[in-house]
Design a protein around this ligand. Structure first.
Ligand SMILES: NC(=O)c1ccc[n+]([C@@H]2O[C@H](COP(=O)([O-])OP(=O)(O)OC[C@H]3O[C@@H](n4cnc5c(N)ncnc54)[C@H](O)[C@@H]3O)[C@@H](O)[C@H]2O)c1
Length: 246
């Protein structure tokens, strides 16, 4: 696996849907897969030019997106379930609406996307990659709903991997550490001192950039990982080795 992207014959012409496609990681993943030769359909609740409208919490919305993709391209080969949100609150203060929103988008939304993709891929195989998080396996203060949603992603992937393997569908998770993207990037822009403190804790000495994550997604979608299913690839610069969430 190289961080630099290049054409990949196993991805050339493959049809890939990326949920959360308007987000920082979603855009980076889409660009990388396009450079590898894939046909990428980004979708997001924030529709914008080049990104289709889709709300992953709404089963009809994702089903109709997949139908349009099948009509237009004839098949679906891969799904990257990347839509996600973070809500911060002390565990005992999380209200019902906030809990439901985080679990609804991060976990139920990923379930909807994967189930729709699995049905579309049935008969010819494919690959599904969820974007989890290193704090799906390590408790983090004030992020309980997010941690629980991402822990759920790991089990969602393993159950699906087991059941979909006979259909030739591989299912895996890329679990980023702290990435220079999305909400994290915003926090570090506003509080540069937190960035320096974080870099001290990360064994590899820097935050992840979006390409670190995209490269791993590409690997798990490509034939280079043909024998890999039901696994979580943690892309965290080793932070889990040094820091138990926090
Ligand atoms: N940035 C990090 O440090 C980091 C670390 C670990 C995991 N992740 C995960 O990576 C993924 C992408 O995060 P990002 O950092 O690019 O953040 P981001 O906020 O830039 O991207 C998330 C995208 O999801 C979309 N989205 C939200 N609700 C949706 C819905 N109901 N339907 C469809 N799309 C919806 C948002 O509009 C947004 O474009 C998320 O799942 C996040 O949890 C990020």
């Amino acid at each position: 696996m190289t961080k630099a992207s290049q054409q990949d014959p196993s991805l050339t012409g493959k049809v890939v849907v990326v949920t959360g496609g308007a987000g920082d990681l979603g855009r980076s993943i889409g660009r990388r897969l396009e450079r590898a030769g894939a046909i990428v359909i980004g979708c997001d609740i924030k529709a914008q030019p080049g990104v289709e409208a889709c709300d992953v919490t709404d089963r009809d919305s994702i089903d109709s997106l997949i139908s349009r993709v099948l009509d237009r391209h004839g098949s679906l080969d891969a799904m990257v379930a990347g839509a996600g949100v973070v809500e911060r609150a002390a565990a005992i203060d999380i209200d019902e609406a906030s809990w439901s929103q985080v679990i609804g988008i991060n976990l139920t939304g990923a379930f909807h996307a994967a189930q729709a993709a699995g049905r579309a891929m049935d008969g010819h195989g494919g690959s599904i990659v969820f974007i989890g998080s290193w704090i799906g396996a390590a408790p983090a203060r004030d992020l309980m709903s997010y941690c629980v949603s991402k822990a759920g992603i790991d089990m969602l992937a393993r159950c699906l991997a087991l059941e979909l393997a006979p259909s030739g569908i591989r299912v895996n998770v890329v679990a980023p550490g702290v990435v220079e993207a999305g909400v994290s990037a915003q926090i570090f822009r506003e509080a540069p001192e937190r960035r320096a403190a974080m870099e001290q804790v990360i064994p590899l000495g820097r935050l992840a950039d979006a390409e670190d994550v995209s490269a791993c997604v590409e690997f798990l979608l490509s034939e280079r990982s043909a024998y890999v299913t039901g696994t979580t690839l943690v892309v965290d610069g080793g932070i889990r080795l040094a820091h138990a969430g926090g």
